[in-house]
Design a protein around this ligand. Structure first.
Ligand code: HPA
Ligand code: ZN
Length: 346
């Protein structure tokens, strides 16, 4: 049996896919101040340290209030490029080989930053990471659920010239009182356009919101999904549909979705045969990127080598990539775990 230190090393070294990552949530305080200064924006916080002390959250809304303030420094294509390339460089060093990234267009449009500026800056960095490191990516446009469905439709309209650069749509921001059914029509339009569908559900919201994501939005996966565990019929349905759950351990801890890392339900999810994965959500705000999320889980649970393998495998299987791309990644993953190649993806 491997020791915890060996498991943490393995988690760091293994090839990984990250499926739940808000690019605006990777804005580290240092870069935030640098961009604010070049854009001549005066921040509410006098220093990096003062800003960091504000990173204490009792719930999702506490975090979102700071998250929207932070992203307000982003104005130019270069700002979006700098933000994205900094994240990609960091996770390339953590052996991430495939990323699926959310961005929140409405959070920038309302400040006068066009869709074109946002997507060109992000895409330039994604293309560069592909050329330099062979890292692959998908881009997910997320609708802000505290805004109206009409606003989501307007955003989809603005996205139309760029749909070749967008792989899927998501639903994020304040979950309570903004159920998935509020967005039934716009997600139907997105499905018709051939976009993949995901939605944050069951982070704070009840199992009913996850049912709506499944039945009404017809999601291809679920972001978070923690509260699915309260409903055995729901977990059976998620299992039946082989839906991936993009779980975010440090985020859950920092937003008080769980009381302690020891009490995190991810092992329970695996035991129920749910396709749970490990992700960082908003790493600049929650104290760690993907490797730190794995490390926190290993340190505070009896996660086994087989479970670690399953978590990494689930991420490649849940990624929006081709079957042959999945097979290639799983071959590399198996080498790390000394399973006999070739691995056959079924
Ligand atoms: N939940 C909902 N919306 C978000 C999050 C989150 O964890 N991060 C950024 N937007
Ligand atoms: Zn999220």
């Amino acid at each position: 049996m491997r020791t915890k230190i060996e498991l943490i090393t393995l988690a760091k070294q293994m090839p990984k896919a990250e499926l739940h990552l808000h690019i605006e949530g990777t804005l580290e305080p240092e870069l935030l101040f640098k961009i604010a200064s070049r854009n001549q924006i005066t921040l509410k916080y006098p220093s990096i340290d003062a800003l960091k002390t504000a990173y204490k959250f009792n719930n999702l809304q506490d975090f979102l209030d700071i998250y929207y303030q932070g992203m307000s420094v982003l104005l130019t294509e270069n700002d979006f490029y700098d933000l994205t390339i900094a994240y990609l460089a960091k996770v390339h060093a953590q052996n991430v080989v495939h990323v699926e990234i959310f961005f929140d267009p409405q959070g920038h449009l309302e400040r006068g930053v066009t869709f074109e500026i946002q997507i060109n800056g992000i895409k330039k960095a994604l293309d560069e990471a592909h050329i330099k490191w062979g890292m692959t990516s998908n881009l997910i446009m997320s609708f802000l659920r505290h805004l109206s469905e009409e606003s989501a439709f307007e955003t989809l309209e603005l996205a139309t010239p760029f749909l070749d650069k967008i792989d899927g749509v998501g639903l994020d921001s304040s979950e309570m009182n903004h159920p998935p059914k509020k967005f039934a029509e716009v997600f139907k339009a997105c499905r018709k356009l051939g976009l993949k569908i995901t939605a944050h559900a069951g982070e704070e919201g009840p199992p009913e919101y996850i049912w709506q994501a499944l039945d009404i939005l017809q999601v291809n996966r679920i972001d978070h999904g923690n509260r699915a565990l309260e409903d055995t019929q729901l977990t059976a349905e998620i299992q039946k549909q082989r839906l991936t759950l993009t779980v975010c351990p440090l985020s859950n801890l920092k937003l008080c979705v769980v009381d302690s890392m020891e009490g995190h339900p991810i092992q329970k999810m695996l035991q129920l045969n749910l396709n749970a994965t490990v992700n960082s959500d908003d790493p600049a705000y929650f104290g760690g990127y993907i490797n730190e999320n794995y490390q926190a889980l290993i340190e505070s649970s009896d996660l086994t080598e087989a479970e670690l393998y399953q978590l990494a495998k689930n991420a490649f299987e849940g990624a929006w990539i081709t079957t042959s791309e999945k097979t290639c990644h799983l071959v590399e993953l198996d080498k790390m775990f000394q399973k006999s190649p070739p691995y056959l993806y079924t």
